[in-house]
Design a protein around this ligand. Structure first.
Ligand code: HEM
Ligand code: HEM
Length: 164
C-alpha cells in the first residue's frame, strides 16, 4: 500500500475539503454585490458578508494547498514509493491537476478581486473544473472502498507514524 500521509497532510486535506463547499455557497454573492453597486443600490448586507467570507476562505484554501504541496515535496525526499501501476500513475496525475487547479483558482480570485476583474470568467470556469475533479475524486474514493475494497480512504484518515 502506497503512499502514506502524515498527520499534518491529513489535517490539511480535510480542512481544504471542508472549506471548498463554502466557496460554492458564497460565490454567487459577489455578482449580486457588484450588480447592486453598479445599479447605484446598497448591496444586501448578507451578500457583503458572504463576499468577505469567500475572499478570506479562498485565500486560506490557497495557503493550505501551498502548505500541502510543500509537505509533499519534503516527504518525497524521505519516503520511497515502489514503481507505480498505470492506475497509480493516473491517480498521481489527477492529484497534481487538483493541486494546480485549486491553487490557480485562489490566485485568479485574488487577481479578480484586487487587480483585474477581466480574469473573473476564467475563475468561474475554474470553479466548474474543480467541481468535475471533485466528482471524479469522490467517485474514485468510493470505487476503492466499495468495489476494490482496499485501504485508500484509510490512508487519508490514519496517519503514518514516522512522518511529522
Ligand atoms: C479555491 C478557492 C476558490 C473557489 C473554489 C472559488 C469558487 C468560486 C465560485 C463557485 C464562484 C461563483 C461562480 C459563479 O458565479 O458561477 C466564485 C466567484 C468569485 N470568486 Fe471565487 N473561489 C475561490 C477563491 C477566491 C478568492 C481567493 C477570491 C478573492 C480573494 C475569489 C474571488 C471571486 C470573485 C471576485 C468572484 C466573482 C466572479 C464573477 O462573478 O464573475 N475567489 N468563486
Ligand atoms: C474538495 C476538496 C478536496 C481536495 C482539493 C482534495 C485533494 C486531494 C489531493 C490533492 C490528494 C492527493 C494527496 C497527496 O498526494 O498529497 C487527495 C487525496 C485523497 N483524497 Fe482528497 N480532496 C478533496 C476532498 C476529498 C473528499 C471529499 C474525499 C472523500 C471521499 C477525499 C478522499 C481522498 C483520499 C482517500 C485520498 C488518498 C488517495 C491516495 O492516497 O491515493 N478527498 N485529495
Amino acid at each position: 500500500m502506497t503512499p502514506r500521509y502524515s498527520l499534518s497532510q491529513i489535517v490539511l486535506h480535510w480542512a481544504v475539503a471542508m472549506l471548498i463547499p463554502i466557496q460554492y455557497w458564497t460565490g454567487g454573492s459577489i455578482e449580486r454585490t457588484h450588480h447592486a453597486v453598479h445599479m447605484g443600490l446598497s448591496p444586501d448586507p448578507w451578500d457583503v458578508i458572504q463576499h468577505h467570507v469567500h475572499n478570506y476562505a479562498g485565500v486560506t484554501i490557497g495557503a493550505l494547498m501551498l502548505a500541502r504541496l510543500g509537505l509533499k515535496l519534503i516527504h518525497r525526499g524521505t519516503v520511497r514509493h515502489p514503481a507505480k501501476s498505470p492506475v497509480d500513475r493516473l491517480a498521481r496525475a489527477m492529484h497534481f491537476v487538483f493541486y494546480a487547479a485549486v491553487i490557480a483558482q485562489a490566485a485568479m480570485g485574488l487577481v479578480a478581486s484586487y487587480l483585474w476583474f477581466g480574469i473573473a470568467p476564467v475563475h468561474v470556469l475554474g470553479s466548474q473544473v474543480i467541481l468535475a475533479l471533485l466528482a471524479l475524486h469522490i467517485t474514485a474514493a468510493a470505487w476503492h472502498t466499495f468495489v476494490w475494497r482496499d485501504d485508500t480512504v484509510d490512508r487519508m484518515v490514519f496517519p503514518k507514524r514516522t512522518l511529522s
